[in-house]
Design a protein around this ligand. Sequence first.
Ligand code: PRP
Ligand code: URA
Length: 207
Amino acid sequence: MTNVTVINHPVVQTKLTELRDYTTDTREFRALLNEIASLMLYEVTRDWPTKPRPVQTPLEKITGVELARRVTLVPILRAGLGMSDGVLALLPDARMGHLGVYRDEKTLEPVSYYTRLPPDIAETEVLLIDPMLATGGSGSAAISFLKKAGVTNMRFVCLVAAPEGIAWLHQQHPEVPIYTAAIDRQLNEKGYILPGLGDAGDRIFGT
Ligand code: PRP
Ligand code: URA
């Protein structure tokens, strides 16, 4: 599949397997999700542009680098919040935007209920995060919001993706790269990912 990167690192896969285990409790689930988000970030940001930054070491002047653009992290509420601390651990200067989107349980259509984005988001590198890409409805709606806000540099980062969701995002937003730790088999009749890890929001927040 084009424009999809599966982060197959053994440490990520080991932690993902623990997350999938239904006996993993809320406390451990939160910790693992953030750890995986941090680990994935190395791959997700690998080709971000940098610009020269002169520094004086204790011995000499050199020209190092810094990120060319500021970073905005945008979790899709609620479950995306479960990955935010892991990303912020490595990018502590990132600003955060919030997009509230949930799936109607019957229609599986995305319902938007909250939008709050930094005013200069269009000039930044945007990481849109949500652990689950199922039908792709929520992710696609979130990307449309970001595009309306002028965002052109964005990456969608999830943990588990269904082939159906990847296909839908590709159809709606082919230029947006997707990063995931796994592409699972399929959706069930209720739109849950199989084998998946269940309802990510419920497992993060204990609801
Ligand atoms: C989950 C998940 C995604 C969405 C994925 O959120 O966090 O946002 O479902 O499904 P989709 O690809 O079919 O749209 P949910 O609607 O359960 O809301 P929550 O995060 O508030 O629990
Ligand atoms: N949302 C989830 O949290 N889990 C799924 O399997 C599908 C959508």
